[in-house]
Write a new protein. Sequence first.
Length: 64
Amino acid sequence: MNNGTVRSHIKEGLSVGIVLKEDQRTGKITQGIVKRFLTNSSTHTHGIKVQLTNGQVGRVKEIY
């Protein structure tokens, strides 16, 4: 497992664990496949924001 703060570690089609906006307090991880990037910068301290293939949006916490 890798952390999701570096954009170059994440690729479209990769299986990741994200934290949705509504789950930020609990830290609940939602798994899915990366559809597209929403963070343009190369790094982000809270995780790169992505959209999953099912439409959910969150910050990457785990890379599988």
